[in-house]
Design a protein around this ligand. Structure first.
Ligand code: FAD
Length: 411
């Protein structure tokens, strides 16, 4: 019996609709923004079109107004949406909102779903996630922000946060803070829903980064804020998921975010490779087309190989998710691989464009500076490789072979 790589008809059809939507609506909308049309107007129009075509919140259940797609169909959709920087926003599946919607859906009370999830699902509000602090990032169990219960009504939070993406455009912040310093390390933290703006959640600045910024970077959610948390009063009803559950929920949330970055990376890398191919077939040096040089063909071949592996990894993980199988090892392997893959492909495309690649006349330079962050966000390379490596050793000790930690039991 052979392995079946056939994608179900329904998933194929939805991928095709999204592909068309990105080509017919998102790409022209990018151009409209470049020509100076106001962002809010362009996005509102784009979202209205997406909704009228039933293209909205792909991974959210139908009962909540989403498309109810499973992991495979959603992965296929996300791989298309990443083709345009307006793609995910158009269908209200942009980060960090997407993973937070899933967390609220899984852990929110009815009150929290009604008050906070609903407007997020409707695209009326944006949310940010404040976990990392200057004091602690890769090892989030070192967070210092404290939450102290003030009678039964409220918690009062004090501390700081660092690199909260989209905080300056968010209406809601999901904030992690320590509720019990004496509990076991992973049970010390809880998660709070905070309405913004809020006098206790002070955005000190959007941190300048290496990412090339355009006039729209911040409104698109690209700002990363430094926050002071000072006597921030949070009603007890805004505690999400119970005391001590913050860390587990955070990890659950990050698991989806990691893969979404990877799915968008595939789309971006594909577009970069297309740009590279389009360039080398028309550019001549030393009397020959670049595309005729074997050295250039090898560069393209390496990019194609990486993209192929990336696609297979994502589809395999989607398959495992569909079946409810444990995919933590693959998730970490793919997170690291996909971040490097997109870096390599965009870098190669940029190299083949010469000075044009270094300019802002193509999107490559912007992508190049933007994607460097992916080796840091959602856990840096070294932490994932540490986990993966430990699992390799565990597998060897348990089974006498490392195969189960290295894709050996593929399905
Ligand atoms: C663009 C961007 C957006 C972000 N958005 C958000 C957000 O919205 N919300 C949020 O809460 N956070 C966000 N972050 C923060 C991000 O999650 C952290 O940067 C990340 O977890 C790493 O933490 P750190 O920067 O404190 O690095 P550190 O924890 O100081 O680690 C520094 C380096 O040390 C190495 N290292 C760490 N631990 C180990 C180890 N065990 N073994 C070997 N090497 C190790 C790694 O190379 C790592 O990069 C964002 C970061 C960036 C860059």
């Amino acid at each position: 019996m052979s392995i079946d790589f056939e994608i179900p008809e329904e998933a194929k059809a939805i991928r095709e609709r999204v592909r068309q939507f990105v080509a017919d609506e998102c790409r022209p909308a990018e151009k409209a923004l470049a020509d100076g049309r106001p962002y809010t107007e362009v996005l509102a129009e784009l979202r209205a079109k997406a909704r009228s075509q039933g293209l909205w919140c792909p991974f959210i259940p139908r009962d909540y107004g989403g498309m109810g797609l499973g992991p495979l169909a959603n992965a296929l959709v996300q791989m298309e949406l990443g083709e345009s920087y307006l793609g995910a926003l158009a269908m209200n599946s942009q980060g960090p909102d997407d993973a937070t919607m899933l967390t609220l859906l899984a852990h929110g009370t009815e009150f929290q779903k009604e008050k906070y999830l609903k407007p997020l699902l409707n695209g009326e509000k944006r949310v940010c996630y404040s976990m990392t602090e200057k004091a602690a990032g890769a090892d989030a169990t070192g967070m210092q922000t404290r939450a102290v219960k003030d009678g039964n009504e409220n918690y009062v939070l004090n501390g700081e946060k660092w690199f909260s993406s989209a905080a300056s455009v968010a209406d809601i912040a999901v904030v992690m803070a320590m509720t019990d310093p004496d509990a076991p390390r992973h049970k010390r933290y809880s998660t709070f829903i905070v309405e913004l703006p809020n006098p206790g959640y002070i955005i000190k600045r959007d941190i300048p980064t290496m990412a090339a910024e355009g006039p729209l970077s911040k409104v698109l959610g690209g700002g990363h804020s430094e926050i002071e948390i000072k006597d921030l009063v949070v009603p007890a009803e805004n505690l999400l998921g119970g005391e001590g559950e913050g860390f587990n929920m955070g990890q659950h949330r990050l698991a989806y975010g990691r893969l979404r970055h990877g799915m968008h990376n595939v789309a971006m890398a594909q577009r970069a490779l297309d740009l590279a191919a389009a360039h080398v077939v028309q550019r001549s040096t030393f009397g020959r087309k670049l595309s005729e040089r074997q050295g250039v063909q090898w560069m393209l071949a390496d990019c194609a190989s990486e993209l192929y592996m990336a696609r297979l990894m994502l589809l395999h993980i989607a398959y495992k998710a569909e079946k409810g199988m444990d995919l933590r090892q693959e998730n970490s392997i793919a997170k690291v691989f996909l971040a490097h893959m997109v870096h390599k492909v965009v870098d190669t495309a940029l190299q083949l464009h010469g000075a044009l690649g270094y300019s802002h006349d193509t999107p490559l330079a912007r992508w190049y500076t933007h994607i460097r962050s992916q080796r840091l966000v959602d856990g840096p390379d070294e932490v994932h490789r540490w986990t993966v490596g430990r699992n390799v050793i565990k597998a060897y000790e348990k089974y006498g072979t490392t195969a189960s930690a290295a894709g050996g039991d593929l399905l």
